[in-house]
Design a protein around this ligand. Structure first.
Ligand code: AHR
Length: 658
C-alpha cells in the first residue's frame, strides 16, 4: 500500500515533540556482516500447523491408526448389520507401522446403505471448480464393488464427486486413484464414501488432496500458507519444533527416520499438543508424518532457506516426564544425528544418501546446522550434548551445532548452560523468550554486552505476549507486541556479529484448532493472514542488508531513550542504507538523520511505516490488512534530513546511495 507521507502524519494525528533528536549513521564504518541466515522461521506441528495445516491432506485419520481407530469417521448403515464394518489389527511385522485397516462386508449393499463420512480437520476447505485427488489402498477378491465418493457441504448436499468400480480378484493390496472437481465452495465440508456391491473389501490410507498444492506437488502442502513463508524470504527454517522434538516421554519423541519413505510405512504418533494443555484439549491431534524430514528439506530448498533441524538429545520434556536415556544407551540417538547429516548431504552411494535419492532428490540438501535438544537444561543435558558434539565434530568438523539454553533467557539454569556451552565451543546458543512487550522494550540492549568471539546466538523462539489480552487466541497478536518485537530486533540487528539467526515462534495457528497463542500466521480452512508481528518480521527479513552500520545519538546507541529504538544496515546489492526506527510512545517525534561518509543517489527515501494509535489493534481473517506497512516517500539529504516518526510506529527507511 502506498500513500502520501503527510497524509500518514494526519492519520496518526499525534502532537510532535518540539526538539529534534539527531541520529548519526556512519555509513563508511560498517561494524559487522549481516549473515544471510539472519531472519528465519520456526516451524512446529503445534496449533494444527502440519496435520490440518500446511500438510494439505483433507482426511483426518486416513489410516485408522489414531488411538480410537474411527476418530474423525462416522459410519452409517441402513439397515444396520452387526460386523459389517470392522477394524482389523494385523500382526505381521511388515505392517507394524500401520497395523490397522478397515474390513467392510457387503451383502448386496445398495448405494447409500453403507456410508462412511470423514469430518476433516475442523471441516474441509473446498474450492469451487478445483480438482481433488482421491486415493486409497484396498484389497478385495470380489468384483464389481463400487465406491461413490463425494464432497459434502454443511447442509449435507453433495458438491462434487465421482464413482469408481474397484478391480477385484487379486490377492494383495492395490492402490486406487481418481480425481474429480468440486462443484461449489465450502469452508467446512466433509467427505463421504458410499460402498455398493457384494463381498468383502479391505480399506486403508484413504486420502484426499486438493490439486492446488505448493508447486502442484501431489500429496503436497497448502500453497497459500507456504507462500506466506516464501514472501518473507527467510534465511533459515527450523523444524520440527519445539516441544514435539522432546516428546512428553521418550517414546513420544520425534524420530526423523520414521518420517521418511513410503507414506504407509510412516508410523504416526500422538501429537503432544493433543494433551499438553488441559484448557485446550485436542484429542484428534496426531502426527501422521505425511510431512516428514524429506519434505522439510525440500521446503527449505523451495523457499531458499537453510534447513535447521533440531534433534532429540536423549531427553524427554523436562516439564513432563523428564525421562533421560542412560549415557551408555545414547548411541542410537547420536547415530540418528550422524545419519541425518548423511541423509541430507551424503553421496547417493551412501546408505542414507541413497534413501534421499530414492525419494526423488539425488542432489544434496547442503545441511550446515543442527540443533541438539530443544529447551533442555541441567548437567544431564550438558553431558549428552558433549557426546553429540564430539561425534559430529569427529565426522563433520565444519558442521555447526546449536545447543539449548533452556526455557528462560536468564537465571541459574541459563547461566550454567551459557557458560558451559561457551567452554565446550558450541557454535550457536539457542535462546528462547516468550515475554511481555515491556520486556522486549527493556531488553533491546541485551546483546550489546555479549562477547564478540566464541559462541554465536540463535534467538530461536520469541514472541511478545501482551498480558492485557488474557483470553489468548488471534487477538493476542496485537500491535503493541509487534512494535516491542521490532524494538528488540533493532538490538538484534545492531549485534548481528553476535546474533546470527532469529525466529519468532510459533509460526502457524488454526483459528479452530490452536493450543498456543500468539502466533505469527493464522489460518482457517481456506484463508490465511499475517499478524502485525508477521509484517514486522517480514520487514526485517526483506531489509536485512549486508553490513551493520553504527547508529549513534548523543554518543550512545539508540535503544529506548524517549522510547526510540534504531538500527541501520547497508545493502551492498541494492546500494541502500536502510534505517529501522521504532517510536514506542504515543507521541510523534521529529528525528534528524545525518549519514556520514556517503553520497546519496536519490532525492527521496522510501519509507514503510506501521503506525497505530490503538496498540491493541490486530489483523483477523475478516480484516487481514488492518495492521500492515504503508509505503511512502520523503525528501532526503545526506545531513539534516528530518523524519517525522509517528507515535507507536515502526519505520523502515531506505535511502539509495552511490
Ligand atoms: O513455540 C511453542 C513452544 O514453546 C515450543 O514448542 C517450545 O520450544 C517452547 O516452549
Amino acid at each position: 500500500m502506498k500513500i502520501n507521507f503527510s497524509f500518514l502524519l494526519i492519520l496518526t494525528g499525534f502532537c510532535v515533540y518540539a526538539q529534534n533528536r539527531t541520529i548519526s549513521i556512519r555509513v563508511n564504518e560498517p561494524v559487522a556482516d549481516v549473515q544471510p541466515t539472519m531472519y528465519g522461521v520456526f516451524f512446529e506441528d503445534i496449533n494444527f500447523g502440519a496435520d490440518g495445516g500446511i500438510y494439505a491432506e483433507l482426511i483426518k485419520n486416513r489410516s485408522f491408526e489414531f488411538t480410537k481407530p474411527l476418530m474423525g469417521w462416522k459410519v452409517e448403515q441402513k439397515p444396520f448389520r452387526e460386523g459389517a464394518v470392522m477394524v482389523i489389527n494385523r500382526q505381521e511385522k511388515e505392517h507394524s507401522s500401520n497395523p490397522r485397516f478397515l474390513r467392510v462386508k457387503l451383502e448386496n449393499t445398495h448405494k447409500d446403505a453403507l456410508v462412511m463420512t470423514n469430518e476433516g480437520f475442523r471441516g474441509m476447505g473446498i474450492k469451487q471448480g478445483l480438482r481433488y485427488d482421491f486415493s486409497m489402498m484396498y484389497r478385495t477378491s470380489a468384483s464389481g464393488i463400487k465406491m461413490h465418493i463425494d464432497l459434502v457441504n454443511q447442509s449435507g448436499q453433495k458438491i462434487g464427486g465421482t464413482v469408481v468400480t474397484v478391480q477385484g480378484g487379486k490377492d494383495g493390496w492395490q492402490k486406487q486413484e481418481v480425481s474429480f472437481n468440486a462443484t461449489a465452495g465450502e469452508p467446512k465440508g466433509k467427505f463421504s464414501i458410499s460402498i455398493e456391491g457384494n463381498g468383502t473389501i479391505d480399506l486403508d490410507m484413504i486420502s484426499l488432496f486438493p490439486s492446488d498444492t505448493w508447486k502442484g506437488r501431489p500429496g503436497g502442502m497448502r500453497a497459500d500458507m507456504i507462500q506466506m513463508l516464501a514472501d518473507m524470504k527467510p534465511g533459515f527454517i527450523r523444524f520440527p519444533g519445539g516441544c514435539i522434538v522432546e516428546g512428553f516421554n521418550l517414546e513420544n519423541r520425534y524420530q526423523w527416520k520414521k518420517t521418511i519413505g513410503p507414506l504407509e510405512d510412516r508410523e504416526l504418533i500422538i501429537n503432544r499438543w493433543n494433551i499438553e494443555f488441559a484448557h485446550k484439549p485436542a484429542p484428534d491431534y496426531f502426527q501422521t508424518f505425511g510431512l516428514g524430514f524429506f519434505e522439510y528439506f525440500q521446503l527449505a530448498e523451495d523457499i531458499g532457506a537453510e534447513p535447521l533441524p533440531i534433534l532429540n538429545c536423549g531427553m524427554a520434556c523436562q516439564f513432563n516426564t523428564a525421562e533421560v536415556t542412560p549415557m551408555d544407551q545414547l548411541d542410537p540417538f547420536v547415530q540418528d544425528a550422524l545419519d541425518l547429516i548423511e541423509f541430507a548431504n551424503g553421496d547417493v552411494n551412501t546408505t542414507w544418501g541413497r534413501k534421499r535419492a530414492e525419494m526423488g532428490h539425488a542432489a544434496p540438501f547442503n545441511l550446515k546446522f543442527m540443533g541438539v535438544g530443544n529447551e533442555n537444561w541441567g548437567p544431564q543435558y550438558l553431558e549428552r550434548l558433549e557426546v553429540f558434539k564430539n561425534a559430529i565434530r569427529q565426522k563433520y568438523p565444519d558442521f555447526k551445532i546449536v545447543g539449548s539454553s533452556g526455557t528462560d533467557p536468564n537465571g541459574e539454569r541459563f547461566d550454567l548452560l551459557n557458560t558451559s556451552m561457551r567452554k565446550m565451543g558450541i557454535d550457536l546458543i539457542d535462546e528462547h523468550f516468550y515475554r511481555k512487550p515491556s520486556w522486549f522494550l527493556e531488553n533491546a540492549q541485551r546483546y550489546d554486552s555479549y562477547p564478540r568471539t566464541g559462541s554465536k546466538i540463535f534467538a530461536g523462539e520469541y514472541a511478545g505476549h501482551d498480558e492485557r489480552v488474557p483470553a489468548g487466541g488471534p487477538t493476542k497478536n496485537n500491535w503493541r507486541a509487534a512494535m516491542a518485537e521490532a524494538a528488540f530486533l533493532t538490538g538484534v540487528e545492531r549485534n548481528a556479529e553476535v546474533v546470527q539467526l532469529a525466529s519468532y515462534a510459533p509460526l502457524f495457528a488454526h483459528v479452530d484448532g490452536w493450543q498456543w497463542s500468539p502466533d505469527l500466521i493464522w489460518v482457517d480452512n481456506l484463508r490465511v493472514y499475517g499478524t502485525p508481528s508477521y509484517h514486522v518480521q517480514k520487514l526485517f527479513s526483506l531489509n536485512k542488508g549486508t553490513k551493520v552500520l553504527p547508529v549513534q545519538s548523543n554518543n550512545d546507541v539508540l535503544a529506548g531513550q524517549d522510547s526510540l529504538y534504531a538500527s541501520a544496515v547497508f545493502d551492498a546489492d541494492r546500494k541502500e542504507v536502510i534505517i529501522k526506527l521504532v517510536n514506542a510512545k504515543p507521541q510523534s517525534e521529529a528525528v534528524n538523520f545525518s549519514l556520514e561518509g556517503i553520497k546519496l543517489n536519490a532525492k527521496e527515501a522510501i519509507v514503510s511505516v506501521m503506525a497505530y494509535a490503538n496498540d491493541l489493534l490486530s489483523n483477523s481473517l475478516e480484516n487481514p490488512f488492518a495492521v500492515v506497512p504503508v509505503e511512502s516517500s520523503f525528501p532526503v539529504k545526506a545531513k539534516g534530513t528530518v523524519y517525522y516518526s509517528p507515535g507507536y510506529s515502526f519505520s523502515v527507511i531506505r535511502i539509495p546511495v552511490k
